[in-house]
Design a protein around this ligand. Structure first.
Ligand code: PXP
Length: 255
């Protein structure tokens, strides 16, 4: 008898909706209620209607895409969970404590990158990371650490008392069309997921996951939730956000 695996949850990262808005409105002070498009909060609400299990937004130090007010409006309006991506900076940590998202995901932040690139170095940044985890835990906010799938980082995430890890699937996604490298990256992800689960960390994954490579991603054990942005927002340009989210949910159900 085979046991059915629990359906993996879908977190939709809506940062690129704000990237598109800022491409036009960055230099123009704007108010919500005026004609400013696209509104990332509206995108989040449509994603939820189509089955998203949570919404992720990254408040960057330079406010390149999401702005403080977007996060506040998300917190007030979405019905699912709000996951705030953030760097280990004190000012953003204070913002998070006031906002009260359901979870935060700590990521490295580099001003020149287009999107988050490598994973967080929890080993090198252990004290800063542990401090933020402790402050979030005291406020009832779960902390996820976005890490590369390597054993030292997983062990450090558990030692820092994080509740979740988000395994960085970027190297796997980049290697997808090279059979040997793809299998090697998948093996790293599977081993990191086993190790994390053994250490009582919930296992999320994200970065570079799309409608094609998701089948392989789903072979990683213990997955709780996948956080996906670019592929869903790109498909939404052609098909609408509702179809893009429902199609990804169908992939998660193995359809
Ligand atoms: N998870 C994290 C921590 C991210 O920073 C991002 C965006 O860079 C994603 C997931 C989503 O990645 P993508 O847009 O490639 O789906």
């Amino acid at each position: 008898m085979t046991t059915a695996r629990a359906t993996v949850l879908l977190g939709v990262n809506i940062d690129h909706a704000a990237t598109l808005r800022q491409a036009r409105y960055r230099e123009t002070p704007h108010t919500h209620g005026g004609f400013v498009e696209p509104d990332p909060v509206f995108v989040a609400l449509l994603a939820e209607q189509a089955g998203a299990d949570s919404i992720t937004a990254h408040l960057r130090e330079d406010r390149r895409h999401m702005r403080d007010d977007d996060l506040r409006r998300l917190r007030e309006s979405i019905q699912t969970r709000l996951n705030l991506e953030m760097a280990c900076h004190d000012a953003i940590a204070r913002f998070a404590l006031a906002l009260r998202p359901d979870s935060v995901c700590l990521v490295p932040e580099n001003r020149s990158e287009v999107t988050t690139e490598g994973g967080l170095d929890v080993v090198a940044d252990f004290d800063r990371v542990s401090d933020i985890v402790a402050r979030m835990s005291a406020a009832g906010i779960a902390t996820s650490l976005f890490i590369d799938p390597n054993p030292e980082q997983v062990a450090a995430a558990a030692a820092a008392r994080a509740q979740l890890v988000e395994l960085h699937t970027g190297a796997f996604a980049n290697a997808f069309y090279d059979n040997l490298r793809r299998e090697a990256e998948l093996l790293r992800l599977r081993r990191a997921a086993e190790q994390a689960a053994n250490l009582d960390l919930a296992v999320n994954a994200g970065h570079g996951i799309n409608y094609v490579n998701i089948r392989d991603v789903l072979t990683i054990p213990h997955l709780n939730e996948l956080n996906i942005g670019h592929a869903i927002l790109s498909r939404a340009l052609l098909n609408g956000i509702g179809e893009a989210v429902s199609a990804m949910k169908a992939r998660l159900r193995g359809e």
